[in-house]
Design a protein around this ligand. Structure first.
Ligand code: MCN
Length: 792
């Protein structure tokens, strides 16, 4: 029996297609489309004096050229600021094509549509723009100094300053038995999905319909933006998300200029148009994240219990603010992790710089918050001469304290309340998994033998499954196959498998009979998207609810057909049977036939409709009050976010000469409530850890003082290879079910990356014996740090 697959390690059904090269990405659709190429600003800050198109218009193969002057109506207005917040004092967003001014290298200035990409790129190179250079503000120190401004109407380069607190933290720190002041620094990094951004569009003038394929995490968000910017009814715009080669946050919600310009050109020209981003464009014109400077004041007692925590953060939001304050709000609210400081205050300053915009990147502000909190824990332990695990344990929220209200407002505007968890048990599991006590006991021996080894740990919580809602539609075909649609998109998370497991288990059908469709507005027009580790909680719950409705309906139909009571029926493996009456059964496929006013039966062998009738004219085919068809559409809206949690530990060895950092052991204990598919969750964690290794040890966006990105290619941006990622990542699960949703699940998609910077800083500091307060720390940075701390 394959029905009860919830919780099983079912192999991912989507992988065979990908492994055989049969994935279908945006660049594979509309092969005969015209190509769009983008002229991007070569300067970080400049006024546009003139755009001369003369050398382009006559070029053979060029079909159209657009600058800001060619845009009208809503398209000529700035792109939306997605999540407004009252604390925003200067909320600037960019135009689809720059108007008068450019604010980062890579900002779109003009587009060319041509017969092929070669011509389009050649034409872009011939556009002659006269710029008047302005001083560029690059990096947080320059933004804070505010000697120059990115936007004239943002004094001090401040987009927003915002405080949340649970009391007078300064006073609490000052009156504490012990106090520490800590300064921390985190660099910019980037998501770098292997497939960059891409959009293709086709306009059907006869029906007035626009079809758009785009590599997005939010097809309905793109659809809404296109409809409003191009002044179209929502119902005439279809957005279809084909396979997406990774998103990691960069493909969420806010419409990219190209996602609007491609449909605009397709409609204007009456021909299909396509844009495919190259790697350099991705680095200089999509989005980055992570850069923050942090100052922590902490007061604590002799046991290491925090009595007051006062944090100030300077957050680099880049040249514009498409996402409002989401990232710094997440940093400052989820910084507290599994701990319960009695008084907490966090202030952040979101600052403009003349660099690529900042939008949530997997973990979205949490890695920075965890860095601040976990560095603080390690420093308290060092100050008191205590074990780092013990100091953490002394500050934990206890299992009997859930639901635990941190007294803050979360990014969704709701109170920050942890729903469930067990941090002491998690710490015990982590220590056992990594061999914490054993390593600490033998560490000195290893060091005496000349080895620089160190161990570190980091803990975090993650608010997952944010609202407002997500939907699921389930339809049983007359063949007995089950078609499921949910509106959010998929980028490699294994939704086709894990959602099918939910349906198989809830409905009582074979796993192999379930087919999942995601991210197609034709199938599910109402949806939000895949971000914030929300798909399992949101779509998973909606799909489960829809499956339960279909199951109810199937049992009612079967009761009628089999002349039995619903209570006497059972549904498994796609067949409803009367308990204890062998042979009294009916398949879901037949019930689907019976639920249809126009009845036809399907012959499995001949694959043909064998009967066709209008049924019994005196009898409605489905129970009274329900719609025809064996199907249901349900939506799930959570009362608030559910909190996943986790703890990571790593043992590292650093080379005394080259400062190379080798990972000897990496261990993860994770709690995402009930596991739908432990193998998929572990895959997500492994992927997150790999991404975290990159962020902690190698990757940074290397801007020069003029705002030119020096490493905008995979030759120079050090993404870790398989040689840098640990071959074994030990994962253990803890399941504290969420009381907030029907399946008891919490999200898992970002978990692996969240504590990486903190856990590596902890371990490298332990190995080297000096403070590691800036991330990333590549071998060359470690080498330099050694020189500072041990000049001999
Ligand atoms: N899952 C499960 N049991 C749980 C929780 C989750 O089996 N208790 C499964 C889910 O059913 C799903 C997967 O784990 O198959 C991840 O679920 P979830 O935590 O809901 O995360 P999302 O599906 O919403 O994915 C978003 C998350 C984010 S925010 C980023 S960024 C990210 C990530 O997922 N980007 C990814 N993982 C990625 N993985 C790939 N391959 N590519 C990306 O771009």
């Amino acid at each position: 029996m394959t029905t009860k697959t919830f919780g099983e390690r079912v192999a991912r059904v989507e992988d065979e297609r990908f492994l055989r090269g049969r994935g279908r990405y945006v660049d594979d659709v509309l092969p005969d489309a015209l190509h769009m190429a983008v002229l991007r600003s070569p300067y970080a800050h400049a006024r546009i004096r003139e755009i001369d198109l003369e050398a382009v218009l006559d070029l053979e193969g060029v079909v159209a050229v657009y600058t800001h002057d060619d845009l009208s109506g809503a398209m000529a207005e700035p792109l939306p600021l997605l999540i407004p917040h009252p604390a925003i004092s200067a909320g600037r967003t960019q135009y689809a094509l720059a108007k008068d001014e450019v604010n980062y290298v890579g900002e779109a200035v003009a587009v060319v549509v041509a017969l092929d990409r070669y011509v389009a790129e050649d034409a872009v190179a011939r556009i002659d723009v006269t710029y008047e250079m302005l001083p560029a503000v690059v990096g947080l120190p320059a933004a804070r100094a505010a000697e120059h401004l990115v936007h004239d109407d943002a004094p001090g380069n401040v987009a927003a300053t915002y405080n949340q607190n649970t009391g007078d933290a300064k006073a609490a720190v000052e009156s504490a038995p012990h106090r520490l002041s800590i300064d921390l620094d985190i660099e910019r990094s980037a998501c770098t999905p292997l497939e960059g951004r891409g959009t293709a569009a086709r306009w059907d003038p006869d029906n007035g319909r626009l079809q758009v394929w785009t590599s997005t995490q939010t097809s309905t968000g793109v659809r809404a933006a296109i409809a409003s910017k191009l002044d179209l009814d929502l119902s005439v715009v279809d957005v279809i998300t084909p396979d997406v080669g990774g998103g990691f946050g960069v493909k969420v919600v806010h419409p990219w200029p190209e996602e609007l310009l491609v449909p605009l050109a397709a409609r204007a020209l009456g021909r299909p148009v396509k844009f495919t981003e190259d790697r350099r464009e991705h680095f200089i014109s999509s989005a980055h994240e992570r850069a923050q400077q942090q100052h922590v004041e902490v007061g604590f007692d002799d046991e290491g219990r925090i009595t007051g925590l006062d944090v100030e953060i300077w957050h680099d939001n880049g040249a514009y603010l498409p996402y409002g304050l989401i990232v710094p709000i997440i940093t400052t609210t989820q910084l507290l992790g599994p701990y319960k400081p009695p008084v907490y205050s966090a202030t952040f300053h979101s600052l403009y710089t003349n660099t690529v915009i900042v939008t949530p990147y997997r973990g979205a502000g949490r890695p920075q918050g965890v860095f601040a909190m976990e560095r603080t824990m390690d420093k308290i332990a060092a100050y008191l001469g205590k074990d780092r695990a013990d100091v953490r344990a002394a500050n934990f929220i206890q299992p009997d304290e859930f639901p635990y209200d941190q007294g803050l407002i979360f990014q969704d505007g709701k109170p920050l309340v942890y729903d469930s968890g067990d941090f002491p048990q998690m710490l015990d599991k982590l220590k056992a998994l990594v061999g914490w006590d054993e390593f600490v006991a033998t560490r000195d021996e290893l060091r005496a033998a000349g080895r620089r080894v160190g161990i570190g740990m980091a803990c975090y919580v993650e608010g997952t499954g944010v609202g407002p809602y997500e939907g699921g539609h389930i339809q049983v075909e007359t063949t007995g196959k089950v078609k499921v649609a949910t509106g959010l998109t998929t980028q490699g998370q294994g939704h086709q498998t894990s959602f099918a497991q939910i349906v198989a288990s809830e409905l009582g059908v074979p796993f192999s009979d379930v087919e999942i469709v995601t991210g197609d507005t034709r199938r599910m027009p109402y949806a939000v998207g895949t971000y914030a580790s929300r798909a399992a909680v949101m779509s998973g719950s909606a799909i489960a609810m829809a499956a339960r409705s279909v199951r109810r309906k199937a049992l009612e139909l079967a009761a009628d057909a089999l002349e039995a009571n619903v209570d006497d029926l059972e549904l498994a493996d796609g067949v409803v049977s009367v308990k204890g009456a062998p042979g009294a059964e009916i398949s879901l496929g037949t019930l689907a036939v019976l639920s249809n006013p126009l009845r036809y039966a399907f012959d499995e062998a001949s694959k043909a409709a064998t009967q066709f009738s209008v049924g019994d004219p005196d009898k409605v085919p489905v129970p009274e009050g329900t719609e025809p068809g064996l199907e249901s559409r349900d939506f799930y809206s959570p009362p608030r976010s559910t909190f996943a949690s986790g703890m990571h530990a790593v043992i590292v060895e650093t080379d005394p000469d080259t400062a190379e950092i080798t990972i000897l052991k990496y261990a993860v204990v994770h709690d995402c409530g009930r596991l739908i598919n432990p193998m998929i969750v572990e895959g997500q964690i492994h992927g997150g850890v790999a991404q975290g290794v990159g962020g902690a040890l190698y990757e940074r966006m290397a801007y020069d003082e003029h705002g030119q990105l020096q490493n905008a290619s995979f030759m120079d941006f050090l993404m870790p290879y398989v040689t840098e990622v640990p071959t074994t990542i030990d994962v253990d699960h803890l399941e504290t079910p969420s009381p907030l949703n029907p399946l008891g699940i919490k999200g898992a998609g970002e978990a692996g990356v969240i504590p990486s910077a903190a856990v590596f800083a902890s371990a490298i500091e332990d190995a080297e014996g000096f403070a590691v307060d800036a991330m990333p720390i590549s071998p060359s940075e470690l080498f330099d740090l050694r020189r500072t701390h041990r000049p001999d």
